[in-house]
Design a protein around this ligand. Structure first.
Ligand SMILES: Cc1ncc(COP(=O)(O)O)c(C=O)c1O
Ligand SMILES: N[C@@H](CCOP(=O)(O)O)C(=O)O
Length: 466
């Protein structure tokens, strides 16, 4: 299996090349040259396997010649043994045709662990056999950072620099990153938004001398291997629900458009999905893009669901690539115009292609808190604010008739990562799992930087001696 850049000006690479590169050298994102396609029977057989085996099956299709299936199976067995729930990604009925897919049972309590626990092991194996090192840069709005640190902190061949927006992640999220004190890990509190952090990452990739010098790599969802691993839970959830092979809907709380794009990939791989619901918070650029064709970022607004406080969503480029029939030249021009104008209007053909697969909604902060309260009163269970955005959107999309039949909402984080919002909504404080009981007694270590690439470069050079 080969991987091509969405901007068409970089050579195709194999899975290992895409994994270790993160971003393509032309600034584009790698995409599989073609989709592996399964019949409904095959999808059911894969989705009904124990989670780690389903993951090995799907990932081996993406990995091609890069990794042996047996090696991948060993990695997935180890990776998902770190999860607290025996089902790894349990599906919880909510009544009627509504379900929740719980994705927060991994070591850092958010869905990012599903892919990151695999990526750490793939990096280890690839760098060991190449006898190479990499410097990994991560932009985070709170969850990717801790998942990456947890997965990579004991990789001997990588250094990890994590950029997070100062004061814009929850206290638990921050501590889960900054309390890991290891020689190959550096946390940087950046004065700015997540978009500023993500823009610095892309600038450093584009800086050829720096990027080549430090052997830069990235494990944000720009990295195709992240999305490949995230397709798996769509298969296992569907197999549990669709007794007669019928199609179901998924509603996905969305920020960088990675998780919902993994759902789209699953659909392209033959999984019967009616629609994918994009649930945004007040940073509603993706809802405006899908509903009105207007992809124009505003200033990032702080909300009760901080991990989704994102305007420029990296993976939207992957969707545009597909919607424009993989016309990389046209997309490259569109992305260059977008970089200059900070606005993009989607043409009718592109919009129609997107609307074949997606519906969308945006949920305000008041609605998010009201949803946490409603869910608690109706079920006795606490949900985190990102999940609440998904549930509120799912209910509204059903009421409007935009979604019919079974709806699975992705529950993307543990409520204890966002105790302030949950308490405000319900008066209850969700308890952190035992592994984090002393989180606030642990020492913290972090650097501080303005939202400037040169400042981050200097910190990376001094921390890692590169
Ligand atoms: C808890 C949580 N939910 C939802 C999202 C949105 O996921 P994505 O960025 O893949 O759209 C994120 C991060 O972005 C997150 O951390
Ligand atoms: N919500 C994310 C933002 C980065 O997303 P990614 O999926 O591209 O890594 C976070 O928690 O950091």
């Amino acid at each position: 299996m080969k991987y091509v850049s969405t901007r068409g000006a970089a050579p195709a690479v194999d899975f290992e090349g895409a994994l270790l590169a993160g971003l393509a050298p032309d600034g584009g994102l790698y995409m599989p040259e073609g989709w592996p396609v399964f019949s409904v029977q095959e999808a059911r057989a894969i989705g009904s396997l124990p989670y780690a085996e389903a993951a090995a099956e799907i990932l081996s299709h993406f990995a091609g010649e890069s990794f042996d299936k047996a090696d991948i199976a060993k990695m997935t067995a180890e990776a998902y043994a770190t999860f607290a729930d025996k089902d790894v990604a349990p599906v919880v009925p909510l009544g009627g045709e509504d379900y929740m897919l719980e994705l927060f049972h991994g070591p850092t309590l958010a869905f990012k662990d599903f892919a990151m626990q695999i990526l750490g092991r793939l990096y280890d194996a690839a760098l060991e056999r190449r006898d190479e090192r990499r410097t990994i840069i991560v932009a985070t709005s709170g969850d990717t950072g801790s998942a990456a640190i947890e997965a990579l902190k004991s990789c001997l061949r990588v250094n990890v620099a994590v950029l997070f927006p100062e004061g814009r992640v929850s206290a638990v999220q921050q501590r889960m990153m900054t309390s890991v004190i290891a020689p190959n890990v550096m946390n940087v509190a950046v004065k700015g938004s997540f978009d500023d952090c993500q823009a610095i990452v892309k600038t450093l990739f584009a800086d050829e001398a720096f990027s080549r010098g430090v052997r830069l790599s990235g494990v944000n969802s720009i990295n195709w291997a992240r999305l490949a691993a995230q397709t798996v839970y769509y298969f296992t959830a569907w197999a549990r629900l669709a007794e007669s092979g019928e199609a179901v809907n998924f509603v996905v709380p969305t920020g960088n458009f990675g998780d919902v794009f993994a759902g789209y990939a699953a659909k392209r791989m033959g999984l019967p999905i009616v629609k994918l619901g994009v649930a945004a918070n007040a940073n509603d650029i993706l809802h405006r893009a899908i509903a009105q064709g207007d992809y124009t970022p505003g200033a990032v607004k702080p909300t009760a669901s901080p991990s989704m406080d994102i305007q420029v969503a990296s993976n939207f480029e992957r969707l545009l690539f597909e919607a424009k029939h993989r016309d990389a030249k046209a997309l490259r021009a569109a992305m260059e115009d977008f970089a200059k104008a900070r606005a993009m209007k989607l043409d009718e053909e592109t919009l129609a292609a997107i609307r074949d697969d997606f519906v969308s909604d945006a949920v305000s902060m008041e609605e998010t808190l009201a949803e946490i309260k409603r869910h608690y009163e109706e079920t006795g269970a606490l949900i985190d604010p990102h999940t609440a955005v998904g549930r509120a959107a799912a209910r509204r999309l059903r009421q409007m008739g935009a979604l019919e039949g079974k709806i699975v909402t992705l529950s993307t984080a543990h409520p204890a990562k966002f105790p302030e919002a949950v308490k405000e909504a319900t008066g209850q404080t969700p308890a952190l799992p035992a592994a984090y009981a002393d989180l606030f007694e642990r020492p913290e270590k972090m650097e501080h930087a303005p939202a400037e690439p040169d400042a981050v470069k200097a910190l990376m050079r001094s921390a890692f001696g590169t």
